[in-house]
Ligand binder design. Structure first.
Ligand code: BGC
Ligand code: NOJ
Length: 822
C-alpha cells in the first residue's frame, strides 16, 4: 500500500495522507542548527547538540504519537458558531487531527512543505533553515477560495524546552521554577537560565502584527487540555500571559481578513541567538534582554523576499552536493536512491551521527568512533573538507595504546568515559576512513598532520602513526587461536562475549564481568584487520615505507593462516570464539550457526577468492540467511538468553541483533557478490532493502520509503518485513558504497578513478557523471556480453584495465569515459 509517491524531478517525497504508519520525518538545517520535522509538523529544533541546546520540547513514546511540534491553527472567526471546537483546524493535521479535505506533505532536500484545504480555505506552509543561520522559517500562505470574505485567526504554538533535554524531562523540582520569557514588539523570547550562566536565548517572531499571545502553557491550553483543543484558540483569543516557571511556550494570534480569492503570506521565525557575555542586557545593569544584535536578523528574515532568496540558496547548496554523483540506469529505484535520497541520508547521518531521530532521543549517545568512520565512507565525496576535520577529530580521541573511545561528545570532542573503550574493532575503521578520504582528495599531507592522543597536549603524533597504532592494537591483542580478541564487542555491539551479565538493567556494553577478556576472539575483526592492512600498505607504499609494508604483510599472512585454521567452518566463516574458546557461528552450535558479518568482511578482505571458500560462504549466506526482505544477521535465532553471548540473545528472535535484517551488513554481501562477479545476486540483495523498492509495501515496512532503516524484522519475527530505526544508521553509507562503488563500480582510488561495473545481466548499460578531484567524469557504460570484462576508452583513447589514471584526469574540466562490458 502507498501513502505517497516520489517526485524525482523536484527531489521530493510526496505524502498524500497524514496518517502514515509511523511519523515520516525529514531534517532541516545543514551545519549548526537543525530541526526534525514529521509529515504533520511534529518534531523539535536544536542548536548543535540535541541534548544540551534543545529549543523546543518533544515527547518521545507518547500518545497520541508524535506529540509536540511546530503547531498552527486556523480559526474561522466568522463562522456561525465560532467558539465551537469545529471552527478551527490544523493546517498540518496535527495536533487537532481534524480530517482535512485536502492534505499533502512534500519532504525535500532540507525543507518540508505541507499543504491543506478545508472549508474553502487553502494553506501552504514551507519549513526550512537558511544556510548559515540559527533560525527556522515557517512560511505560511493562506488563501480564501470562498466566494465571500473570510475572517480568520492564525495561531502559532511551540513549547520551549529548558535547554538540556535530559534535565527538562526529569528535573521537575527545579525546572518548574526556572522558566522565564520576555515579550517585546510581538516577539516572544525564551530566556530560561539567561540570568545565570547562559548567554543564549530562543525566540518566536512573526511578520504580522500579533493580536494576542501566550507564553504560559496553562493559559493557552486551559487546565487539563491538550494541544488538540487549546482554550485560547477555542475562545478566539490568547490572554497575553507571561509565564513564571512551569512550561514556557510561544503562542501568537494573527488576524487575517481575506477577500474572496485573496491570499496572504505570514512568516514565523523560531530562532536561537547568542549575545556576547558582556552585552547580555540592555540597559547593561537591567535584566532586560539585549535585542540589538538579534533584531536585524529577525527583521531580515521576516521579509518574504528574503525568505525566497534563502530558499533558493538552500536549493543550490543541495544541487551542488548531489551533483557530485548522478546516474542514469535502467532502474528508477537505483536512480532515485543514488541521485537523491541515499546521498541525502548520508549527509544527514554525517550531521547527526546517531544523536537525534525519531528513534534516537538526542540525549542518548555521543558520536560513535566506529559509526563516524563508516559514515565518512558515504559522504566523503560530497564534503571532503568536513571529512578531513572529522578524521582529525576522531584521531584526537584515539588512545595512546591505539585503541579508541567507543564514543565521543560532539560539543567537547572528547572521548566518553562512561562508555569507555575496548570495542576491539573500533580503531581499525579509522584506517578505512583515512584511505577513503585520500582516495577521494589526493590529500596525502593529512598523514603528516600532528594529532594528539586522547586530547592530551604533548602527545602529538602524525596521523600516519595513529593508523599504525590502530593496527598494532589488534596485533597486541591476539587470543588462543591467534585471532583478535573481541573485547567488549566488535561491530556487533550486542555480541558481548565477556559481559556475563546477570543483573537486570546492567548495560551489556560496559559490563566487564570477565574483565581480562583474554580468550574470546573475533573472526570479524580478523577480516577487518586484513582489509585495513591492505589499505595501510598502499598508503605506506606511497610513502616508500617498505619496512612497514613487510611487517604488516607478514602480520596479515599470519592472520589469514589463523582464519583458515580456526575461523573456517567448512562452508562459511565462523563468527567468534566465546570466553570458553567455544566457536560461535559454527554448524556445531545449536543456535547461531552462521552469521552474516564475517562472510561479508572476510570476502571483502579477499579471503577465499582463490580457494573457492568465498563462493561457498556466499552460497551459504543465500541458502541460510537470505529472505525476500533482506539478509538476516544469523540463523538460527537465539531462542533464549545465553549469558556467554550477551545482549544478542536478549532480543526476541528476529529483532535487532538477534537475527534481524540489520541493513548495515547487507551491503557487505552485495560488495562480496560483486567481487565474485555475481551482479544479479548483488543487485537482488540491493533491491530487497532499497526503501524505494519497498514503497509498495509501506504498510508492512512502516518506516519512511525514502530512507534506509537500521533494521527490518527477520524471518523469525512475527512482523517479518517491518522496519525500525530509520535514518541514522551506517546502513546509509554502506548501501551507497555498495551500489555506487561496487555494483555500478565507480570508485575513487589513490591513483585514479576505478570503473569496474558488476551490473545485472539484464541491464544494457548506464551513464553517470562523477565529479572526481574537480573533473567532471562523464561515464557511458554499454553492455555487449553477459560477463564483467571491461574495456575503457578515455576521451577516445583506450586505457588498459579498470583504472582511469590521474594523468588522464588531472587538470581537465571534463572527460568522457566510455566503457564496454563483455
Ligand atoms: C543496540 C545496538 C546498539 C547498542 C548501542 C544496543 O541495544 O541493539 O544496535 O549498537 O545498543 O549502545
Ligand atoms: C548500531 C551501532 O551504532 C553500530 O556501531 C553497531 O555496529 C550496530 N548497532 C550493530 O550492533
Amino acid at each position: 500500500m502507498h501513502y505517497g509517491h516520489f517526485d524525482d524531478e523536484n527531489r521530493e517525497y510526496v505524502i498524500e495522507r497524514p496518517d502514515t504508519p509511523l511519523p515520516w520525518i525529514n531534517y532541516l538545517g545543514s551545519e549548526n542548527f537543525f530541526g526534525l520535522i514529521s509529515n504533520t509538523a511534529g518534531g523539535y529544533t536544536f542548536y548543535k547538540d540535541a541534548r544540551l541546546r534543545r529549543l523546543t520540547r518533544y515527547r518521545y513514546n507518547n500518545a497520541p504519537l508524535d506529540t509536540n511540534g511546530r503547531y498552527l491553527y486556523l480559526r474561522d472567526d466568522g463562522a456561525e458558531d465560532s467558539s465551537a471546537l469545529s471552527s478551527f483546524f490544523s493546517p498540518t493535521w496535527q495536533p487537532t487531527r481534524i480530517p482535512l479535505e485536502g492534505y499533502e506533505c512534500r519532504h525535500g532536500m532540507g525543507y518540508t512543505k505541507i499543504h491543506a484545504k478545508q472549508n474553502g480555505i487553502e494553506s501552504n506552509v514551507r519549513y526550512f533553515i537558511p544556510l548559515g543561520e540559527t533560525l527556522e522559517i515557517w512560511e505560511l500562505t493562506v488563501k480564501n477560495e470562498r466566494s465571500i470574505a473570510a475572517h480568520l485567526s492564525v495561531f502559532s504554538a511551540i513549547e520551549f524546552n529548558l535547554w538540556d533535554a535530559m534535565d527538562d524531562a526529569t528535573n521537575y523540582q527545579r525546572n518548574y521554577s526556572t522558566g522565564e520569557v520576555e515579550v517585546a514588539d510581538g516577539v516572544i523570547y525564551h530566556k530560561t537560565e539567561y540570568r545565570e550562566r547562559r548567554d543564549h536565548f530562543a525566540y518566536l517572531a512573526c511578520s504580522e502584527p500579533v493580536a494576542s499571545f501566550d507564553t504560559s502553557r496553562e493559559a493557552f491550553l486551559g487546565p487539563y487540555r491538550g494541544w488538540d483543543s487549546p482554550q485560547a484558540v477555542e475562545a478566539g483569543q490568547c490572554s497575553n500571559s507571561i509565564t513564571y516557571g512551569w512550561q514556557p511556550i510561544g503562542a501568537q494570534q494573527i488576524k487575517l481578513n481575506l477577500a474572496p480569492g485573496e491570499e496572504k503570506t505570514i512568516v514565523f521565525l523560531l530562532g536561537y541567538f547568542e549575545n556576547p557575555a558582556d552585552e547580555k542586557y540592555d540597559p547593561p545593569d537591567s535584566s532586560t534582554l539585549n535585542k540589538r544584535r538579534v533584531t536585524p536578523v529577525i527583521q531580515k528574515y521576516l521579509q518574504p523576499g528574503q525568505v525566497e532568496t534563502a530558499f533558493q540558496d538552500l536549493a543550490s547548496y543541495w544541487h551542488d552536493l548531489l551533483s557530485v554523483f548522478q546516474v542514469d540506469t535502467p532502474d528508477e529505484h537505483t536512480n532515485r536512491m543514488v541521485n537523491i535520497w541515499n546521498a541525502y541520508q548520508v549527509m544527514i547521518t554525517f550531521n547527526m551521527s546517531r544523536s537525534a531521530s525519531y528513534f534516537e532521543s538526542g540525549i542518548g549517545r555521543g558520536m560513535g568512533f566506529r559509526d563516524s568512520n563508516q559514515d565518512l565512507l558515504g559522504f566523503v565525496q560530497q564534503v571532503p573538507e568536513r571529512a578531513r576535520e572529522r578524521i582529525l577529530d576522531l584521531a584526537a580521541t584515539q588512545l595512546p595504546n591505539g585503541g579508541a573511545y567507543h564514543q565521543y561528545q560532539p560539543l567537547t570532542k572528547r572521548g566518553n568515559n562512561a562508555v569507555g573503550s575496548e570495542f576491539n574493532d573500533d580503531p581499525l575503521w579509522l584506517i578505512l576512513a583515512v584511505a577513503a578520504y585520500i582516495k577521494e582528495t589526493g590529500d596525502w599531507e593529512i598523514l603528516d598532520v600532528p594529532v594528539v592522543y586522547d586530547n592530551q597536549p604533548g602527545t602529538e603524533d602524525a596521523l600516519y602513526g595513529h593508523l599504525m597504532r590502530a593496527l598494532n592494537y589488534t596485533l597486541d591483542r591476539l587470543g588462543p587461536h591467534k585471532l583478535p580478541l573481541i573485547g567488549r564487542a566488535d561491530w556487533n555491539d550486542c555480541l558481548n562475549l565477556n559481559a556475563f551479565s546477570s543483573e537486570s538493567g546492567e548495560p551489556f556494553q560496559t559490563a566487564a564481568n570477565n574483565a581480562d577478556g583474554t580468550v574470546a576472539e573475533s573472526v570479524f575483526i580478523a577480516g577487518l584487520f586484513m582489509l585495513a592492512v591492505q589499505e595501510l600498505n598502499r598508503i605506506a607504499g606511497h610513502r616508500g615505507d617498505t619496512q612497514q609494508i613487510d611487517h604488516y604483510t607478514q602480520a596479515a599472512a599470519d592472520m589469514e593462516a589463523a582464519v583458515w585454521e580456526a575461523g573456517w567452518d567448512g562452508a562459511w566463516f565462523r563468527r567468534a570464539y566465546d570466553a570458553f574458546s567455544k566457536p560461535v557461528g559454527s554448524k556445531d552450535c545449536e543456535e547461531g550457526q552462521i552469521f552474516i558479518e564475517p562472510q561479508g568482511i572476510c570476502v571483502m578482505a579477499g579471503l577465499g577468492l582463490e580457494n573457492g571458500n568465498a563462493l561457498a560462504a556466499l552460497d551459504s549466506v543465500r541458502e541460510r540467511l537470505a529472505t525476500p526482505h533482506g539478509i538476516v544477521l544469523h540463523q538460527p535465532a537465539y531462542s533464549k538468553y545465553h549469558i556467554n553471548l550477551g545482549e544478542i540473545s536478549s532480543y526476541p528472535a528476529g529483532y535487532k541483533e538477534n537475527a534481524g535484517i540489520f541493513c548495515h551488513t547487507n551491503p557487505w554481501i552485495m560488495i562480496a557478490e560483486a567481487m565474485l562477479g555475481r551482479g544479479d545476486q548483488a543487485f537482488e540483495y540491493y533491491a530487497q532493502i532499497n526503501p524505494s523498492f519497498r514503497e509498495p509495501i509501506s504498510d508492512v515496512h512502516k518506516c519512511e520509503p525514502y530512507v534506509y532503516a537500521q533494521m527490518i524484522a527477520g524471518k523469525d519475527a512475527p512482523t517479518h518485513g517491518e522496519a525500525k530505526n530509520s535514518w541514522l544508521s551506517g546502513t546509509a553509507a554502506w548501501n551507497y558504497v555498495a551500489i555506487t562503488q561496487w555494483i555500478l563500480g565507480i570508485r575513487a582510488d589513490f591513483d585514479g578513478l576505478v570503473i569496474a561495473p558488476v551490473i545485472p545481466t539484464g541491464w544494457d548499460g548506464f551513464s553517470a557523471v562523477r565529479v572526481f578531484r574537480g573533473t567532471h567524469c562523464h561515464i557511458q557504460v554499454k553492455r555487449e556480453g553477459s560477463g564483467n570484462q571491461v574495456a575503457l576508452m578515455v576521451d577516445g583513447e583506450p586505457v588498459e584495465g579498470h583504472l582511469v589514471p590521474l594523468s588522464a584526469i588531472n587538470g581537465k574540466e571534463k572527460i568522457h569515459i566510455s566503457v564496454t562490458i563483455t
